[in-house]
Ligand binder design. Structure first.
Ligand code: THU
Length: 159
């Protein structure tokens, strides 16, 4: 028997330390929180995805009285992007959220379903997707969803 320790890595930085393109994407994610339909949780999540050609597509969480039907901001943005610009790889996704007090201090991290969808995009386009998680205390930069989803299930897992 053997203990296996899985490590992960991310960068914590101040918003001012981001490059211009990343900063703009985070700003778009913050703006997208205003498009949230979240009468039940009152938790407004915004996401902005940047495509390979520089186009930015946003998404916001869309809730439903039948709670499980709710769609997260990240998947709203990704599915929107892929539906409108099929075959264009996603290079980066930025995520921001507001609670009753305003923008969250600690970044919100994508839920399990959204992680799985981001993983699918990495596999589809065979390239990492940079993830920027915004909080007023700092921004987490993650270089690939694999860092948030160890032992993941992918197409090859079935062969
Ligand atoms: N939510 C997102 O949009 N993205 C996440 O990564 C976490 C959760 C939404 C779903 C629901 O509308 C609200 O936040 C509370 O769970």
């Amino acid at each position: 028997m053997e203990n296996i320790v899985l490590k992960t890595k991310l960068i914590l930085c101040r918003i001012e330390e981001l490059d211009g393109v990343s900063r703009m994407l985070v700003d778009k994610a913050i703006e997208a929180t205003d498009n949230s339909y979240s009468p039940y949780s009152k938790f407004r999540v915004g996401a902005a995805v940047r495509l390979e050609n520089g186009i930015v597509v946003i998404g916001a969480n869309q809730e439903n009285a039948a709670f499980p039907v709710t769609m997260c901001a990240e998947r709203s943005a990704i599915f929107n992007a892929q539906s409108n610009y099929p075959n264009l790889p996603i290079t980066t996704i930025a995520i921001a959220a507001k609670n009753a007090d305003g923008l969250v201090k600690t970044p919100v991290s994508p839920c399990g379903s959204c992680r799985q969808v981001i993983l699918e995009m990495e596999h589809r386009y065979k390239r990492n997707i940079r993830i920027l998680l915004y909080g007023t205390d700092g921004v987490y930069i993650i270089n690939s969803i694999k860092d948030l989803l160890p032992l993941s299930f992918v197409d090859e897992s079935m062969h």
